[in-house]
Design a protein around this ligand. Structure first.
Ligand code: RAM
Length: 523
């Protein structure tokens, strides 16, 4: 189901002072030159690691009409490609027409982009057709790509010559500095592999903002930012990048003050005309977590001063949607994300996210010395909890149900919001499988919250087992970086109507880089 809104003549509210501060925090990008580590012919055959040869073999692979090669750059890269092209045979009497396909995961080469008819634009598919009129040529592609593999197919040359690739390089970019990596990898080999792909994911998504994915949508989303910031605190510790993102979200908002679900930074900073109830509520969460982290290096009163009002406003705007019965009903919720699981009823989750976000707004109020606000919020939160209990708790069934559905996501968010007592919460997860069958989870984003809900009721072993199983199955499926959506029993699942637009390096999926060091330092 499409999840965006289109508002005619949308003019975001703009705060130039906040945007100037964000601009001053624009990070320097680090450049690394990456060469292919192996190559192989790929003429219609399946590409497999066993067929790969050393890159020195590349120039000898002269390509005629319809022939292809695949280059492997050794790991996931976010960057710019340059190719040195030449010819063998007679002087070229016609242009070389080539097709370049970039893949983060080999599975992408098995897709037919022409067949894609989903709701997310097919223009994200990383495929280019280029004419080269004069050879030899140095072809520097202007677009930034996210890839490990490159497939080059000759659509046509002429019978008089063959295309030769003398060299290829990627100018990989990231604002994360590997030398700043403060975290240590877990000793356990399986967890170490998971941690490694998570860190690589975050690294490749850290650009001038925390991008959701460098393949798609390449922009800053609030829900994603929350999880990226957590992983960043345990790895690259670029606190200024989190601060920049908070100022960006604060500096361009909906005219009524709501924080947008995502924003653009090019050609100028501008809020997207999509707002999501849960995402807007993560603003106070990210701000509070940033300030708590920053405190370890010395307090940041300025950021608190600048953004406190905006954070509290998100709660107030959400509270304004609460009905007399203490519930934010579906018709007043607007768009809610939570997860891509098809058919998920999100009403209960949304109510729970509001209760959860108030915890952070209270902490912000305490930090600010705003006792009155803290007291008001606590009161409101208690009412919201009571109402949630009344409407969503099924006494007989001892679980939560939303719109008649007992989805796992609803249990997770209600537990995180502490609408269930600790004993009830713990018992709920004895039946996780039952709720999963009723309506399961589709994204690593939601799986993260499942793991934290398990941890919140002391089910530590299960939380670790879940990380091993879920992220481990991604690693076994050949992930160099974490996938955007992942259903182990249905690897091609996509919320978009075709997995060809799925992102295979998506930062909201990298949270074991936070969960493992914080919760399992002994692992
Ligand atoms: C997807 C993006 C992003 C997510 C939104 C809700 O399109 O990939 O990561 O935050 O949906």
């Amino acid at each position: 189901m499409a999840l965006y809104s289109i508002i005619d003549h949308f003019i975001p509210l703009q705060d130039d002072r906040l945007l100037e501060i964000a601009d001053r925090l624009d990070p320097k990008l680090h450049h690394t030159q990456v060469l292919p580590v192996s190559v192989c012919r790929a003429d219609g055959e399946e590409i497999s690691p066993e067929k790969m040869l050393l890159p020195e073999a590349l120039p000898a692979m002269e390509l005629k009409h319809g022939e292809s090669v695949c280059l492997d750059f050794g790991d996931h890269q976010t960057g710019y490609l340059t190719l040195d092209l030449d010819f063998a045979g007679s002087h070229p009497d016609a242009p070389a027409h080539i097709c370049l396909q970039f893949a983060e995961h080999l599975q992408e080469f098995t897709e037919n982009s022409a067949e894609y008819k989903g709701w997310v634009s097919g223009s994200w598919i990383q495929e280019e057709k280029v004419h080269i009129d004069v050879l030899p040529a140095r072809l520097a592609l202007p677009r930034r790509y996210a890839f490990r593999y490159l497939k080059l197919t000759v659509l046509d040359t002429s019978p008089k010559y063959r295309l030769v690739i003398r060299g290829a390089e990627c100018d990989a970019v990231s604002s994360a500095d590997d030398t700043d990596l403060s975290a240590c990898a877990p000793a356990d080999p399986e967890l170490k592999q998971i941690w490694k792909i998570c860190v690589r994911t975050l690294h490749d998504c850290m650009q001038s903002v925390f991008e959701d994915g460098p393949k798609r949508d390449r922009r800053l989303w609030m829900g994603d930012l929350r999880l990226q910031a957590l992983a960043n605190y345990c790895t690259f510790r670029n606190l200024d990048l989190v601060k920049r993102c908070l100022y960006l979200f604060g500096g361009t908002r909906f005219p009524d003050g709501r924080v947008s679900a995502c924003l653009f930074t090019e050609p100028r900073v501008e809020a997207d005309d999509t707002c999501m109830f849960d995402y807007m509520l993560f603003y106070p969460v990210v701000l509070e977590e940033y300030l708590a982290e920053k405190e370890k290096e010395g307090a940041d009163r300025e950021t608190l001063q600048d953004l406190y009002g905006i954070a509290q406003q998100q709660i107030d705007l959400a509270l304004a949607q609460v009905d007399a019965d203490g519930i934010v009903h579906g018709d007043r919720l607007g768009t809610v994300f939570i997860d891509w699981a098809p058919g998920l009823n999100k009403d209960g989750c949304a109510q729970a996210v509001l209760i959860y976000a108030i915890d952070y707004a209270v902490r912000l109020a305490v930090r600010k010395g705003d006792k009155e606000r803290a007291a008001v919020l606590r009161e409101k939160q208690a009412l919201l909890k009571q109402a949630a209990r009344k409407v969503f708790w099924e006494e007989k069934e001892q679980c939560f149900s939303s719109g008649g559905q007992k989805a796992l996501a609803t249990q997770v968010w209600m537990v995180l919001a502490r609408v269930a007592s600790p004993e009830e919460a713990c018992r709920i997860f004895d039946r996780a499988e039952e709720f999963n069958r009723e309506c399961g989870m589709m994204t690593p984003y939601m799986h993260h919250y499942f793991v934290t809900a398990l941890l919140s009721c002391g089910r530590k072993e299960e939380a670790l087992a879940h990380i091993r199983w879920y992220w481990g199955s991604m690693a076994k499926a050949g992930a160099d970086t974490c996938f955007e959506t992942w259903v182990p029993e249905d690897p091609k699942a996509s919320p978009y109507g075709g997995s060809v637009v799925n992102s295979y390096c998506h930062a909201w999926s990298c949270t074991p880089a936070y969960l493992l060091p914080v919760w399992f330092p002994e692992a």
